[in-house]
Design a protein around this ligand. Structure first.
Ligand code: CO8
Length: 258
């Protein structure tokens, strides 16, 4: 039997997903994306899990979609069928927070996958890029849309048109990643951040994620209204009462995630 292309593990309330195609630098093919989608949805549905971490290997988070698999595709293979696309967007269905822990290359579809995570923590070895132009295509899973939103048009255009890579320090300055840490501390940092998130009240965490994402999708007035309604609705939860009561009583809250 062939080895899984995606490994899963749990640590407390954190679900860890490791892309496991290291010899091909985690090049993303259908089989891997199917396994990744299934792992994400399983953790999302698991009430013992409060946050998810996705990582790759030391050398590569993922070096892009599998060029060998794509090489002979025709227009109708890509447009007419659901090759590769069928599980590309599954991560967007996940309602719990997803942290991307990136070491080494995050290129093409790998960078696009990273950008679909809610928080990116990078090792100082991380390299981000959208080099598709070098092989006669353009980014096809959000690279031309999410990258400009994250780093601005100037840098996105530079990366997409020249295919140059951006190192971790530049990615942090540009706002693509939230933290850069030494490579040997990457997993500790990512798991710690996920553990902190998973210790919060799940309804508040899920609504906060949804509300921040709204900022990318809605005009300010709509986003503000959405946030306000989410805020109101949390007053219907046990955890709001418990969180505020615990603060007043100077003790740790005991959230029930409801
Ligand atoms: N696809 C397939 N195989 C790959 C890929 C890839 N993207 N990247 C690396 N590999 C393989 C290599 O072929 C090599 O295999 P082998 O050992 O059998 O020869 C192995 O991984 C190791 O790679 P290298 O020997 O090249 O390692 P280096 O350290 O010399 O170089 C690089 C590392 C710079 C990362 C180099 O491998 C590289 O440039 N890779 C390709 C990067 C790239 O162009 N990525 C974009 C791909 S296109 C894309 O992602 C479009 C996404 C659209 C998604 C749309 C969905 C809807």
């Amino acid at each position: 039997m062939s080895e899984s292309l995606v490994l899963t593990d749990t640590q407390g309330r954190v679900g860890l997903i490791t892309l496991n195609r290291p010899k091909a630098l985690n090049a993303l093919n259908d089989a891997l994306m199917d396994e990744l989608g299934a792992a994400l949805l399983a953790f999302d549905a698991n009430e013992d899990i409060g946050a998810i971490v996705i990582t790759g290997s030391e050398k590569a988070f993922a070096a892009g979609a599998d060029i060998g698999a794509m090489k002979d595709w025709t227009y109708m293979d890509v447009f007419g069928a659901d090759y590769i696309t069928r599980n590309w967007e599954t991560i967007r269905k996940v309602r719990k927070p997803v942290i991307g822990a990136v070491a080494g290359y995050a290129l093409g579809g790998g960078c696009e996958l990273a950008m679909m995570c809610d928080i990116l923590i990078a090792a100082d070895t991380a390299k981000f890029g959208q080099p598709e132009i070098k092989i006669g295509i353009l980014p096809g899973a959000g690279g031309t849309q999410r990258l400009p939103r994250a780093v601005g048009k100037a840098k996105a255009m530079d990366l997409v048109l020249t295919a140059r890579m951006m190192d971790a320090a530049e990615a942090e300055r540009a706002g693509l990643v939230s933290r850069v840490v030494p490579a040997d501390k990457l997993m500790e940092e990512a798991m710690d951040a996920a553990t902190v998130i998973a210790s919060m009240s799940l309804p508040a965490v899920m609504m906060a994620k949804e509300a921040v994402n709204r900022a990318y999708e809605a005009p300010l007035n709509d986003g503000l209204l959405f946030e306000r309604r989410m805020f109101h609705s949390l007053f219907g939860t046990h955890d709001q009462k418990e969180g505020m009561t615990a603060f007043m009583e100077k003790r740790k809250p005991e959230f029930r995630n409801k």
